[in-house]
Design a protein. Structure first.
Length: 140
């Protein structure tokens, strides 16, 4: 059986996380609140990526798009537009702690809502794990 693109991307992402690829990427000054600063993603592997992908499609794709390219049906007219996670720039500039912070609290001045009440802690980390898999996966 031929592996799917998502499965291959998940394996590559998990491998990249294991060797610390993202830890060496220059980051923006994220200005995280103390309760988020230094958080580490406790999840990895294909199961977490798959779960995060399902959660992303259910909760995030309306704005960020099914392909996480910022072109969801609800993105029209949003200023600033939803992040394009396929470009590589967003994911390369931010730590897992920052991504978790944004999924948890939303982002003021944008349409990005808080998912703290809608998704549990593990589910929010699964979304982060899925997003990280996109950096290693080929564009669709």
């Amino acid at each position: 059986m031929k592996p799917t693109r998502a499965a291959l991307g998940a394996v590559v992402a998990a491998s990249a996380l294991a060797v610390g690829l993202y830890a060496t990427t220059p980051r923006l000054d994220e200005g995280l609140p103390a309760d988020f600063a230094g958080k580490r993603n406790p999840l990895s592997g294909p199961a977490a990526v798959a779960a995060g992908g399902r959660l992303f499609k259910q909760n995030c794709a309306s704005c960020h798009g099914d392909e996480a390219d910022g072109r969801g049906p609800a993105a029209t007219g949003l200023e600033p537009p939803p992040a394009n996670f396929r470009s590589g720039a967003v994911l390369a500039q931010h730590s897992d702690a920052y991504l978790y912070f944004r999924v948890s609290t939303g982002k003021a001045g944008t349409a990005m809502p808080s998912f703290h009440g809608a998704l549990g802690e593990t589910e929010r980390w699964q979304v982060v794990t899925y997003l990280r898999s996109l950096a290693a996966a080929p564009e669709p």
